[in-house]
Design a protein around this ligand. Structure first.
Ligand code: C5P
Length: 238
């Protein structure tokens, strides 16, 4: 531990893997679908294990897959000391379950989608560094290439935000632990944790994301992830 980080007490990581993955149509929860012969979750946890400063890991899975010795877990290496807990019906509930299971001595918490299984270690490091530098919340993001429309319930466009101001955000999202705890105590139902933190009035900083942090959602995404892993120049987890 350096002098500059003398107050740092460790990074806790919640890996949410309790979604059903209905859009992947694979017949089992998305995080347990195979990519290059191993579950998406295995790839995500390999990366988490390589992130400097990680002191506590909570892996949040469907209630019927809690046993890491079960067949669905074949090929998954749990980081040392990781706990496995059951998720909830909504992503927010799954994050809250993981957050409650982390070592409370961690001062920084990252929340990561298991489905973003090729996210480079460097993205984790950027997020941690920005939280350590003082941000209440930090998300990786990339510029959007499409023009985005806001529509009403009838599908009529109500506005067109300037594209330069938009970012597609990814995970890991990082927070000071007490900020994320307060945000979850105050709200629910958001599609990401940053939205809960924003709702409390905190600034959330966007740092550079990575196309490899794309979330596997559809069969096409899975095929693209297979290609990325196979490509000698972009594969692996730098
Ligand atoms: O459904 P979506 O693709 O947005 O899920 C993002 C991440 O959140 C996935 O890794 C998924 O496993 C997780 N999740 C969860 N509990 C839920 C819903 C999603 O852990 N109830």
């Amino acid at each position: 531990m350096t002098d500059a980080h003398a107050a740092a007490r460790g990074v806790g990581v919640v890996v949410v893997a309790a979604g059903s993955g209905a859009r992947l149509r694979a017949g089992l929860p998305k995080a347990f679908v195979a990519l290059a012969g191993r579950p998406l979750l295995a790839h995500s946890l390999d990366t988490v294990a390589a992130v400097p400063g990680v002191a506590s890991v909570a892996v949040v899975v469907p209630a019927d897959l809690l046993d890491p010795s079960g067949p669905a877990w074949s090929g998954v290496s749990l980081p040392p000391g990781a706990v496995v807990v059951a998720g909830g019906a909504e992503r927010t509930a799954s994050v809250a379950a993981g957050l409650a299971s982390l070592d409370p001595s961690c001062d920084v918490v990252l929340v990561h989608d298991a489905a973003r299984c090729l996210t480079p270690v460097a993205v984790f490091a950027r997020v941690v560094a920005a939280v350590r530098a003082g941000a209440a919340g930090v998300v990786p993001g990339i510029p959007v290439v499409d023009t985005i429309k806001v529509v009403d319930a009838a599908g009529v466009v109500t506005s067109t935000p300037p594209r330069e101001s938009l970012r597609a955000v990814q995970t890991p999202q990082g927070f000071r632990r007490e900020v994320l705890l307060a945000a979850h105590a105050a709200g629910a139902g958001a599609t990401d944790d940053a939205a809960l933190v924003e709702a409390l009035g905190h600034d959330v900083l966007v740092v550079e994301g990575d196309v490899r942090a794309h979330k596997v959602t559809t069969p096409d995404d899975l095929a693209q992830a297979e290609r990325l892993l196979a490509a000698p120049t972009t594969g692996g987890r730098p």
